[in-house]
Design a protein around this ligand. Structure first.
Ligand code: E4P
Length: 222
């Protein structure tokens, strides 16, 4: 399974990439605005992200009409070969997905909340479909069961669209997404950090170091 970082924060991206486990990045208008309010411009920020990340970087359009989405998407795509254009899951979005696919531009259909929406964006040619599991959990629906259902439907019909699990809130989301066979999980850096930590690992290292400290170092071979 691929791991994407769901952030536009350059320090988080640099740190994550240095761990060798980051396959890409997703952003959205909220994440971009967090980094830009009162400091810097969009193009400079995006260029920095694209410099650090080899894999796909999703950048979201803010237009609502298909033609405008396509125009904006094509502009975003000029920023780098690995730019994936993020398109909202609406009727206008479907039209934009179709056009961008015909122009060989990769897309990420965002704000997917149902199997039928996932089917529609796959048929329209989305490269990725992003179901938001955390936001479904927020309204007492089971976000992960949506991932299970989409996996089954995409496999039934051999859709090539990748399932990009989004709105990930904690490590259990990541584990469950991997068990289901989702293609990608995108997560905040805070969740990414938690994937590697385990109290028994910390306890084990401490015990080894304490015991090692008891040895007379002069008696070691090196
Ligand atoms: C996905 O691409 C979105 O940026 C993201 O996962 C949204 O998650 P949120 O519900 O935590 O805002």
């Amino acid at each position: 399974m691929k791991f994407f970082l769901d952030t536009a924060n350059i320090s988080e991206i640099e740190e994550g990439v240095s761990w060798g486990c980051v396959d890409g990045v997703t952003t959205n208008p909220t994440l971009i605005s967090k980094e830009l309010v009162g400091k810097g411009d969009f193009k400079t920020l995006v260029r920095k992200i694209l410099d650090v990340v080899d894999g796909p970087v999703s950048l979201e359009v803010t237009s609502t009409k298909a033609d405008d989405m396509v125009r904006e998407g094509k502009k975003l795509r000029t920023l780098g070969d690995n730019v994936v254009v993020k398109i909202p899951t609406t009727v206008e979005g479907l039209k934009a997905l179709k056009i961008l696919k015909s122009q060989k531009i990769k897309t990420n259909a965002t704000l997917v909340f149902s199997v039928n929406q996932a089917l529609m964006v796959a048929k329209a040619g989305a490269s990725y479909a992003s179901p938001f599991v955390g936001r479904l959990d927020d309204i007492s629906e089971d976000g992960m069961s949506l991932i299970e259902d989409i996996r089954e439907v995409y496999d039934n019909y051999d859709f090539e669209t990748e399932i990009l699990v989004a709105s990930v809130r904690h490590p259990i989301h990541v584990k469950e997404a991997a068990l289901i066979g989702a293609d990608v999980a995108t997560m905040p850096f805070e969740v990414f950090k938690k994937l590697i930590s385990h109290p028994k690992t910390d306890e084990g290292i401490k015990r080894f170091m304490d015991d090692w400290g008891k040895i007379d170092k002069k008696k070691l071979m090196f």
